[in-house]
Ligand binder design. Structure first.
Ligand code: 5GP
Length: 192
């Protein structure tokens, strides 16, 4: 997606350790106009799937997911990274965070996932795929079907893309695929 790649080149900051900082348009300050274009592109890429619900993970997945839910008129569930005191029955899984280098539980109320659901997962970044596999585990526990996963930015030099594309019957779409990140230099895969 050219608009997104141009914005990454203009405003993204490549940090040591393979981290891309996009705090002024995705992860802290947000650009709703860009976010709308991102959601429109997700609509185009997933329009043929019979999805009835969108799932994401707090916090940075919520903005693109809610934009997409608005366009498709579908409910959006965000998975929580801490167990709320008020939550009753829930599905729980464990995720290791690449950026924070720690392991944490993610959870979702049993009320919001059911075996009839055809789910699309949306998130800001795909790195090693650990968050995505945690989501897949939660969805499988509920008996629902995870049909696709859409990421704003994929770092294709990490393992997540390969691991997820090896899953059967799963559509994986990334709107910008980064081949390499050096300090102050971002290179994209040619085809996206
Ligand atoms: P994964 O679970 O695929 O290893 O990592 C995905 C999660 O880690 C994303 O939800 C995102 O929050 C965070 N993440 C991974 N790499 C980066 C990065 O380069 N920049 C930012 N801002 N977040 C990242």
């Amino acid at each position: 997606m050219k608009l997104l790649k141009d914005r990454i080149l203009h405003d993204g900051k490549s940090l040591a350790g393979g981290i891309l900082k996009v705090d002024n348009f995705i992860n802290h300050q947000m650009d709703p106009v860009l976010m709308k274009s991102i959601a429109v592109e997700f609509v185009r890429r997933f329009a043929d799937l019979p999805i009835n619900k969108i799932i994401t993970i707090e916090a940075s997945g919520i903005a693109p997911a809610i934009m997409l839910g608005y366009l498709l008129e579908l409910p959006v569930v965000f998975v929580k990274k801490a167990k709320p005191k008020t939550m009753g029955d829930m599905y729980v899984s464990e995720v290791h965070s690449f950026t924070k280098n720690r392991t944490y539980d993610i959870c979702v109320s049993k009320e919001f996932l059911s075996p009839d659901d055809n789910i699309l997962f949306i998130d800001d970044f795909l790195a090693n795929g650990n968050a995505a596999f945690g989501i897949l585990d939660l969805v499988r526990q509920s008996g629902a079907s995870l049909m696709g996963m859409g990421f704003i930015i994929e770092k294709s030099f990490q393992e997540g893309g390969k691991r997820l594309r090896a899953l059967p019957a799963m559509r994986i779409e990334s709107l910008a695929r980064i081949k390499s990140l050096e300090v102050d230099k971002v290179s994209f895969e040619d085809n996206v």
